[in-house]
Design a protein around this ligand. Structure first.
Ligand code: ATP
Length: 577
């Protein structure tokens, strides 16, 4: 995790403790004559995590050692100690259990069970979106752990996909099992120790931080539910819900914008549950983990019938062939990808077996434009029209072509054929005559000139409307109700210049426009970033609102290019007074 991706507390100076040197603990060090440090696993805001061996039990464990930077204050020492004690209180299968705690030559450390597996963040970035049922299963385990922790007054405060480790996959149904890492910055609500994080210091990761956490308001279990909701969104969509080039941009989006809609068909109850997790106001969210869990159970049921309905008439839904071996072999083999020779029972085909962990499809892009409908995800892909209550951007057509009925060669059939041919010839002659008449009469020219105005759904082109951004207060409410508002997803592209700045922005693609009711569009002043994009907007049409949905390099090979997908709400200027 990059430094700029995180906003950790700034630790105050306390020189007396700064003499701790992490060099004292490293591979070869034996702590308490019991734990031999083997290798570094990684480091985060609080310290470094090592793989270690319990010498008595000959068992692998994880040891987290506080970094000299973090240990520079009594506050961080207290936090670290609290991590050990608090984490030890939570007894749940998804909890990473704390085994021991100690201070060796002034260096505090915590001994935890070693959690093998892959971080959810890595799983998503490597394989894309999870199948919805897998995502719901991960959510249920996480929320169940939160329920246990919240009951003890413990809030995690830094839930994110890199703090969730996928430890196993059930070979029969692909269910994923997870453990949550890092209750290290947990806050014991009401505990005096909880006040240690002084006002104004933020602890958390911007992409998953709840609005109240950002604005320094009191936090509680609902704060974790917000982060969990964004993780749910990411599992379903395959990309982070909130992305941005700067921390400020992400924090602003967390405070003011909903996550972009998911571009895959999902039952209503799943979409409603998702939204309720990340409502901006804590009082609009699930009020506790138990309530969230009930909603997730309803999601499970809806997805079951969704799959069943999808499968009707089309045979069993396609499922990737499971890899061979025990669950842990399957899991590690999947993570290493099919260099199949490494598997105990490699799949026989020359083509590598797809991972059962996630569907073999690429993730649905977070944003589906009308030009590029996002693919539905793996096993949930409906092959028949969606059942009632299921919403998706592009209801799929029948999955299989209907075979034509066999034609019988009989006298009656021949008679019918001749009659049909005769009617066809007559229609053709009348049609040609009508076309000639229309061309002669000049009607086509009139239609051509007037089309942009006559068809409110037509893209009017660059010259029809005056350009400008309409601030909310400048648009009378009755006018907001007027027809003529559209929404479309627009792609802008740019290349980084020598000073490292992107711009100017080119308009690459305007997705087809859908009419929206203007009263659903709240005009807002564009940010500086958005203003830059606006300059590329060639249409002399008023832009009510724009929202950056995603921003990424054109391709991994060309990191100096950027592609932004922006949702633009526009209105025809002629509707204004
Ligand atoms: N109990 C554990 N078992 C196995 N690996 C672990 C364990 N705890 C942490 N790790 C791994 O060690 C690495 C560092 O973890 P750490 O929690 O210090 O960092 P982080 O999560 O990136 O940062 P932060 O905690 O500051 O958000 C991560 O790759 C994490 O997956």
């Amino acid at each position: 995790m990059s430094e700029d991706d995180k906003t950790h507390s700034r630790i105050g100076a306390a020189a007396s403790l700064a003499l701790l040197d992490s060099g004292r603990v490293g591979p070869g060090t034996v702590l308490k004559s019991t734990y031999r440090i083997e290798a570094e696993l990684g480091s985060g805001g609080m310290g470094t995590v090592f793989r270690a061996t319990h010498l008595g039990l000959d068992k692998t464990m994880a040891v987290k050692v506080l970094s000299p930077r973090a240990v520079a204050s009594p506050e961080s020492l207290a936090r670290f100690e609290r991590e050990a004690k608090v984490a030890g209180k939570v007894n749940h299968p998804a909890m990473t259990h704390v085994i021991d705690f100690g201070v060796e030559q002034g260096t505090p450390y915590i001994v935890m069970e070693f959690v093998a597996g892959v971080e959810l963040a890595e799983l998503i970035s490597r394989h894309g979106a999870l199948a919805p049922r897998q995502a719901v299963a991960v959510m249920r385990q996480t929320v169940s752990l939160l329920r246990a922790a919240h009951a003890l007054g413990i809030v995690h405060r830094d839930l994110k996909p890199s703090n969730i480790k996928v430890i196993e996959e059930a070979p029969d149904n692909g269910q994923l099992f997870v453990k949550v890492l890092d209750f290290g910055i947990a806050k014991v609500v009401g505990d005096i120790a909880g006040q240690l994080t002084s006002e104004g210091m933020m602890v958390g990761t911007p992409a998953y931080m709840a609005p109240e956490q950002i604005s320094g308001k009191p936090i509680d279990g609902r704060t974790d539910l917000y982060s969990a909701g964004l993780i749910f969104h990411e599992m379903l969509g395959g990309v982070r819900a909130f992305q941005g080039e700067t921390i400020a941009r992400i924090l602003h989006a967390q405070m003011t914008e909903p996550p972009p809609p998911l571009a895959l068909p999902l039952p209503d109850v799943v979409l409603q549950t998702l939204r309720k997790f990340y409502e901006k106001r804590p009082e609009d969210r699930f009020q506790d983990a138990a309530e969230a869990d009930r909603a997730l159970v309803a999601c499970e049921e809806a997805l079951r019938s969704f799959s069943a309905a999808s499968a009707t008439g089309s045979g069993p839904l396609p499922r990737p062939a499971p890899l061979q071996g025990s669950p842990s072999e399957v899991f590690s083999a999947t993570m290493r990808r099919p260099e199949s020779a490494e598997l105990s029972n490699p799949p026989p085909a020359a083509t590598p077996a797809p991972s059962p962990l996630v569907t073999p499809h690429r993730p649905a892009p977070a944003i589906a434009t009308d030009r590029q409908p996002a693919p539905a995800i793996g096993v949930q892909r409906p092959l028949t029209p969606m059942p009632p209550g299921v919403h998706g951007p592009h209801p799929p057509g029948p999955g299989r072509p209907v075979p034509a009925p066999p034609v019988r060669s009989s006298g009656a059939a021949k008679g019918c054929l001749i009659a049909v041919l005769a009617v066809g010839v007559m229609v053709f002659i009348v049609g040609v005559g009508a076309i000639l008449w229309v061309v002669e009469s000049g009607i086509l020219n009139e239609l051509d000139e007037g089309s942009a105005h006559d068809d409110p759904h037509a893209y009017a082109g660059p010259t029809a409307y005056p350009m400008g951004v309409v601030p909310q207060e400048a648009v009378p409410p009755q006018d907001l109700m007027a027809p003529g508002c559209y929404v479309s997803e627009v792609t802008f592209g740019s290349t980084r210049d020598e000073s490292g700045h992107y711009g100017p922005w080119d308009l690459l693609e305007v997705g087809s426009r859908s009419p929206v009711s203007c009263d659903s569009v709240r005009a807002k002043k564009p940010s500086r970033d958005e203003q830059e994009l606006l300059e590329a907007w060639p249409s002399e049409e008023q832009i009510l609102r724009m929202q950056v949905l995603s921003s990424m390099p054109h391709s991994p090979d060309d990191p100096d290019t950027r592609r932004k997908v922006v949702r633009v709400h526009t209105r025809m200027s002629e509707e204004l007074p």
